[in-house]
Design a protein around this ligand. Structure first.
Ligand code: ADP
Ligand code: ASP
Ligand code: MG
Length: 477
């Protein structure tokens, strides 16, 4: 069996959990699996690096750099000592060298007061770079031959869209060329013995060798890219919850693990905020029909969730509710828009040029307004690029509202079933929640809507109750 196993930030955050992850890997390696391991940065490390790098643009001292480097050094060397004591000296040198490189890059950012998307990606990828040698050394400590690689060495080729890069098909052959000899043992460094590569998630490389990142939480996507290139039998996403749940368990206490989901359902869930999977991570696996398992590193015997194209036992209409807080609505309004061709074209082409990603769209039937939902961080850019519409008298005003959040009701049973929208909105109405905008995906796998920022969590609770998601299908009265 050829498996890709991805371990998220909490699953590799210290020596104890690194050893847990390595034991899981060893178990499958000893059973004869061909394995590729993809790992994230330790929980919190990517955030810390990104924060320091951005702050350096406005600081008059370098203190933030030395504090960050000291923290990274302690975290990683402590984890290394606990997870791979007999490899400590050789791997310590690698880690210290990387920390020194990161320090040089951060100092350059500080002195130049310049942080380009390219340099931001490069520094952000250090969390993963610092972590892979530790997991690999822990495997060696347990007697599993292993090598640490960065995603460039593993052949992950991406577009140049820094911060949100997408895998290029040309990378598939490179990934095969780099990894097959290792995992099959044919051509690997240890002769006929397979080697388990431990690869940095989250990062990729452009054709000319610049480091890119795949978006926050992108290590899931890395695993899927590599799995698809290698025609893996299965991709396993090891995380800190028992599987994909009916909603975020941090928000709703009685959220339940969903045993089976379709690729499309998970795409919708992750697109609308279920952080458990990166929103692009399903597509490569789906294209090759590779089942994806989501499992808990701290509870490996729990069944988890399996994601595939197949027929699923749970036939209920609504399977999960998601919620995104950091969004904004932009409304372009004015009677001048009525019957006037070209306004929508201007809006969407200007947003695309300004690299603003549109998450939801709704147009009033009177055509007197178009509302779009975007990432909150892009609101200012969107407003600026749409402002010319008012100057050209094509619209009356462009309004931005940041005090909103988006909620989505997801389930493939919705296509063809009647009444889900009615049930959703009457439950919200009865709970006194005002719906500001509605959009139903053409795939009919979701109904998404916008409510005021302080009503989002309440809306999720109300709908989780309404659709009885805390209960398995068979238990519903
Ligand atoms: P990792 O570091 O392993 O990639 P993440 O933090 O990215 O883990 O994703 C796991 C977290 O996603 C969970 O701890 C949970 O709080 C959150 N989450 C949000 N929505 C869901 C959901 N529908 N099912 C499961 N977890 C969810
Ligand atoms: N370390 C990256 C992040 O924090 C990628 C990941 O964890 O998947 O976004
Ligand atoms: Mg994640």
């Amino acid at each position: 069996m050829r498996r890709i196993m991805k371990f998220g930030g909490t699953s590799v955050a210290n020596a104890d959990v690194v050893c847990k992850a390595a034991e899981i890997i060893k178990q499958y390696h000893d059973a004869g699996d061909e394995l590729v391991v993809v790992v994230s940065a330790q929980r919190g490390v990517t955030d810390a690096i990104m924060k320091t790098a951005s702050e350096l643009l406005h600081r008059y001292d370098e203190k933030g750099i030395s504090e960050l480097l000291a923290d990274l050094s302690t975290r990683h060397l402590t984890a290394l000592k606990g997870a791979a004591p007999s490899h400590y000296e050789e791997v310590r040198i690698v880690i210290e060298h990387r920390i020194e490189n990161l320090g040089n890059l951060l100092r350059a950012i500080y002195y130049l007061k310049e942080l380009t998307p390219r340099s931001y990606d490069y520094v952000s990828s250090f969390g993963e770079r610092l972590n892979v040698p530790i997991i690999s050394a822990c495997l060696c400590e347990m007697g599993v031959p292993s090598t640490a690689l960065d995603a460039c060495q593993a052949g992950v080729l991406t577009t140049r869209s820094h911060g949100d890069a997408v895998a290029l098909p040309a990378g598939e052959e490179r990934i095969r060329d780099h990894l097959l000899p290792l995992i099959t043992g044919k051509g690997g460094k240890t002769g006929e013995n397979p080697i388990v590569p431990v690869i940095t998630g989250f990062m990729g490389c452009t054709e000319d060798g610049a480091v890119t990142t795949l978006g926050r939480g992108g290590s899931d996507y890395s695993a899927s890219i590599i799995g698809a290139a290698l025609d893996a039998d299965e991709i396993w996403i090891w995380t800190d919850v028992d599987g994909i749940m009916t909603t975020d368990p941090r928000l709703v206490e009685n959220a339940r693990v969903i045993e089976e989901l379709s690729y499309i359902e998970v795409m919708e869930l992750s697109y609308f905020g279920a952080k458990v999977m990166h929103s692009r991570s399903i597509e490569p696996a789906m294209q090759k029909s590779i089942p994806v398992f989501v499992k808990n590193t701290f509870h490996p015997d729990a069944l988890g969730t399996v994601i595939s194209a197949g027929n699923h036992r749970d036939t209920r209409v609504v399977k999960a509710i998601t919620y995104i807080e950091k969004v904004a609505t932009v409304t372009v309004a004015g009677a001048q828009m009525i019957g006037r061709p070209g306004v929508a074209k201007f809006i969407f082409s200007s947003l695309a040029e300004a690299q603003v990603n549109v998450m939801m769209i709704s147009q009033g039937s009177s055509e007197a307004n178009i509302t779009i939902v975007i990432d909150e961080d892009q609101a200012e850019r969107a407003k600026e690029c749409l402002f010319p519409l008012t100057q050209q008298c094509m619209v009356r005003e462009v309004l931005v509202d940041r005090n909103v959040c988006a909620v989505a009701v997801v389930g493939s049973g919705m296509s063809g079933a009647h009444g889900t929208a009615g049930r959703t909105f009457s439950a919200l109405g009865s709970a006194g929640i005002n719906v500001m905008m509605i959009s139903q995906g053409s795939s009919e796998v979701n109904i998404s809507f916008v409510v005021q920022g302080d009503q989002g969590a309440h809306a999720v609770h109300v709908l989780h109750e309404e659709f009885e998601l805390a209960h398995a299908e068979g238990e519903i009265r």
